[in-house]
Design a protein around this ligand. Structure first.
Ligand code: TYD
Length: 224
């Protein structure tokens, strides 16, 4: 079994940048890693993503929930589970915690029912680690700017405050699996904090250092 890490945070938290940095760090260390994103990551998921982000469509909260879950179900069964079964590290830009934060805390759908529906979609697959890059809603939205805002970015400030508070509550309820970091420190510092934590986790799981390449064989091959 590999290791499943989700990056989470409100708009403008810099999680995509941090995910990319961790991805490169793992690649350099020779750890087998795949990265993906939500909604998206599959053909079906990318089509649902386009529908979900369009500013001119306003699905009912329940319809929105099931579109996110449809994208997730497809991603879990065709990308995430196979990668984990092959022993890879999977980095996912948003996952189930986004649904709990946005659709339950943000939109106001009942948390327990959202969690049940999400478990049905994922078959109960929860990340080994959720990295939450936390910052005040105002700060995140300011970073992102309003130009070309999608349907979520265009939501009122109160919505984004509920999302942030929701994330923090979820993190408090399961501190073992959540790493909460201040997204407002410089990106290089943040990247080192993420790496230090992930490295420890990989060591504990026996996934780091990656198995050394057989140099003898490589050299031998190079001679011929
Ligand atoms: P995206 O461009 O990926 O935003 P970000 O760069 O902030 O990750 O757009 C995804 C949007 O969809 C984002 O505003 C959060 C929202 N979302 C949900 O509401 N529920 C979910 O389950 C997921 C995965 C995303």
């Amino acid at each position: 079994m590999g290791l499943f890490i989700a990056f989470e945070g409100p708009e403008g938290s810099g999680k995509t940048t941090q995910l990319r940095r961790l991805y490169r760090r793992l690649r350099r260390a020779g750890v087998p890693v795949v990265r993906t994103r939500e909604p998206g990551g599959t053909r079906l998921g990318e089509r649902l993503r386009a529908l979900l982000k369009r500013a001119d469509q306003n699905p009912a909260p329940e319809a929105e929930l099931f579109l996110f879950l449809a994208a997730r179900a497809q991603l879990v069964s065709t990308v995430i589970r196979p990668a984990l079964a092959a022993g890879q590290v999977v980095l996912c830009d948003r996952y189930s915690p986004s649904t709990l934060a946005y659709q339950a805390y943000g939109r106001g759908l009942p948390l327990d029912q959202v969690a049940d529906a999400d478990r049905l979609a994922t078959g109960g697959l929860w990340p080994d680690l959720v990295v939450l890059l936390d910052l005040p809603a105002e700060a995140g939205l300011a970073r992102r700017g309003r130009a070309g805002a999608d349907r979520f970015e265009a939501e009122e400030l109160e919505f984004h405050r509920r999302v942030r508070a929701g994330y923090l509550e979820l993190a408090r309820s399961d501190p073992e699996r959540w790493l909460v970091l201040d997204a407002q420190v410089p990106p290089g510092v943040l990247a080192r904090q993420v790496w230090a934590h992930v490295r420890d986790l990989l060591v504990r799981r026996g996934l780091f250092p990656a198995k050394p390449v057989n140099l003898g064989r490589l050299l031998h091959r190079g001679n011929h």
